[in-house]
Write a protein that binds this ligand. Sequence first.
Ligand SMILES: [Zn+2]
Ligand SMILES: [Zn+2]
Length: 445
Amino acid sequence: MMNLTPSIHDFWFLPLGGCGEIGMNMNLYGHNGQWLMVDCGVTFEKSPQGQDRTYSADPSFIASRKDSLCGLVITHAHQDHIGAVANLWPQLRCPVYTTPFTAFILRAKLRELGIEQNVPIHEVPVNAKVNIGPFALTWFLQTHSIPEPCALIIETHLGRVFHTADWKLDPNPVIGQPFNQQAFEHLGQKGCDVVVCDSTNATIAGHSISEAEVGRNLVKTIKPLKGRVLVTCFGSNVARLVSITRAAKKCGRYVGVIGRSMQLMINAAKTTGYWPDDLPLADARHLGYLPKEEVLILTTGSQGEPRASLARMAKQTHPFLELDPDDTVIFSAKTIPGNEDAVAKLTSQLKLRKVDIIHAQTSSLCLHASGHPCQDELQKVYTWLKPRCVIPVHGEQQHMQANANIAKQAGTKYTLTGKNGDLFTLAPIRSVKKGVTPERRFEIV
Ligand SMILES: [Zn+2]
Ligand SMILES: [Zn+2]
């Protein structure tokens, strides 16, 4: 039996979730008797009976060593990175470090569960440098599909790890800063031993589409429309919400929001300074009284979720609004695999109301952009960082393998691949020890 306490001569990486799957990220770094957790997310899945289920990775490994857990860092506010914190924190009881937008979202969830006062949240700026236990951390702002997506530079005397979290290279992300090539190159010059990297789109050739391009296409799409326009997208993509609101302004429409989760994201964006002052929003309760051609509604439910606002409007059971035959619903989101039936059901209900539908997946203009790097972006970043070793995560096996191949082609000498529960030794000698802790998941209720 291996001793699973890292010594001062060890630098370890142990993923408990998100390595071999897309979802429920939970990563551990170990050094000098202590562990640092990076992200604590959930996965949504349908049961065979079609019920929605929420899972997190099993935290037993670290919960049983919680005295050696020096902190939890949340890289960004997507559910697959933040979604399990409120439920699992009572088993972890460590300080939580994150940036202001993400902290706002986390506090809302903690408040819901009545434990906001218990959890010590250290709010840090997007370029923070903080020592947590034996780890020196530097936050590194990325571009993705939510405000404040942060990579982490994690250093010990044994080496420097760049933990990318979720990212793309967006030259015009609509809100926040464009990606910073110099910052990557600077890190490469200082020396980057290991990159732990997002593999979501590693099987896709080319470069991801910029949020700004989606914004321009939204204006072209909305301009000729008569009647009301409803646009549904992922509520956490605040840049998209800004683009849609700006497109509406250009087309002479007032914008209101119908959907609680989307409203929370907008409140977070306003509080933390990401929502532009020149884009006021109307009270959704008044939208039904305005001339139809002056209305655009931002709403939740792009995945056909039966309890979301769009599904309720399709069934004419929403208190704020009744849809009319000349209204148009734009889906500015891709359909996540597994949700096809739910989306098909929703669109057929909308068609019964004779509402026009424009879907990102069939529209000639691109109305959705992924937040993850395609092959060209991975290749570029590996060229800038010149890491000695790449560890692909945040993907299924084929995505991680594709990512490892790109790293090798970009000149990376070593790649380490494994899955949840495997112990990656980063120093002194690179290795992967299979299954040091069982890969398990928990249902969260
Ligand atoms: Zn993610
Ligand atoms: Zn993400």
